[in-house]
Design a protein around this ligand. Structure first.
Ligand code: FRU
Length: 327
């Protein structure tokens, strides 16, 4: 707590140049602005591990009350999280984990389940007697990539008719996989399905297939299922993706948990957000639901802005009154 009695929450965000992270930051900011006692500081590591370590160090030096971290990769961020704990700062790890269990709590969807859901969807929606899959992985050393791969393979391994014929190492962005995927297709590798660890890479793979005129011969499955025009739900509605697995950002929950941690309330060590498959059967309904939530959030933001304006007006009129009375 600082002089003004504010609760200071510092968030070390891996990066903010994609819609998923932007949406996470926005819901954090909205949730924070509904609790006027919260002072939220977000630091964007711009996808650079050394920057992230430096920024966490700064938040430690700043003695924030609660630290929230979404680590770029697990291993390199583990010791600086330990450092925060040693300094007496509780740490909530979100989305991507550090390497040890050394943190106050974790918040995020179960990425093993995310991978399993993707595999189940592929198996359930296919009647062919052999299915060949290309798996496109997220950044090596980041826990969602490891866990999604693990869950996916657990299910695939149980079915003889399904085979992963190639894997591509990506870094979560489509630019990291497009040339490699083009190469595989040019080498005439046979593929029925592409499972990419997120929607951006899945759509990126689809773009390559379309360039080659074979996008209708392959089905694409991704992860995230963001709402909005560029999101995965729209991609399912457009028939670009066969399915996506919902991976909620948990921005508002993160702030709520941070507040509980600050208030020394007992919370579970693992706080698991729910995930589900989004395909042509439920894409519309999911889209409508998220649109409603977004509208409500916009309204809340407008109301908060209006309250702020009223407050400012009140204070300036009050000051005017004081001045007038002093005259
Ligand atoms: C956003 C993102 C998501 C993915 C998550 C994994 O930066 O790449 O697309 O699901 O990170 O941590």
């Amino acid at each position: 707590e600082n002089e003004e009695g504010k609760i200071r929450i510092g968030f070390s965000q891996a990066m903010t140049n994609d819609d998923w992270r932007r949406s996470m930051n926005n819901s954090m900011k909205l949730q924070a602005s509904m609790n006027p006692e919260i002072d939220l500081q977000i630091k964007d590591a711009n996808y650079d591990v050394l920057t992230q370590i430096k920024q966490i160090d700064e938040l430690i030096a700043d003695s924030v009350d609660v630290l929230i971290v979404s680590p770029i990769q697990s291993k390199p961020i583990t010791s600086v999280v330990q450092k925060a704990l040693n300094a007496g700062i509780p740490v909530l790890v979100v989305d991507r984990k550090t390497e040890s269990q050394q943190y106050t709590a974790y918040l995020g969807a179960d990425n093993i389940e995310v991978g399993r859901n993707a595999a189940k969807e592929i198996i359930a929606s296919n009647i062919k007697d052999s299915i060949r899959i290309i798996e496109i992985k997220g950044l090596v050393g980041s826990s969602p990539a490891e866990e999604r791969g693990m869950g996916f393979n657990q299910i695939i391994d149980q079915f003889k008719k399904v085979q992963i014929t190639a894997t591509i190492e990506g870094n979560w962005e489509k630019e990291s996989i497009q040339n490699k995927f083009r190469q595989l297709l040019n080498d005439e590798i046979k593929v029925d399905y592409v499972f990419a660890h997120n929607d951006r890479m899945a759509v990126g793979a689809w773009e390559v297939a379309r360039e080659l005129g074979i996008e209708n011969e392959i089905s694409f499955v991704g992860v995230d299922g963001l709402a909005g025009t560029n999101g995965g739900i729209q991609a399912v509605k457009d028939g670009v993706l066969k399915a996506t697995v919902l991976y909620p950002t948990g921005g508002d929950e993160a702030i709520k948990l941070a507040l509980k941690i600050f208030n020394k309330e007992a919370i579970p060590k693992n706080n698991i957000l729910s995930t589900t498959i989004i395909n042509e059967l439920n894409a519309d309904i999911m889209n409508n639901q998220f649109e409603k939530i977004n509208e409500q959030q916009d309204q809340m933001e407008e109301q908060l802005a209006a309250i702020k304006k009223q407050e400012e007006l009140y204070y300036s009129q009050n000051n005017l009154l004081k001045i007038t009375m002093a005259l």
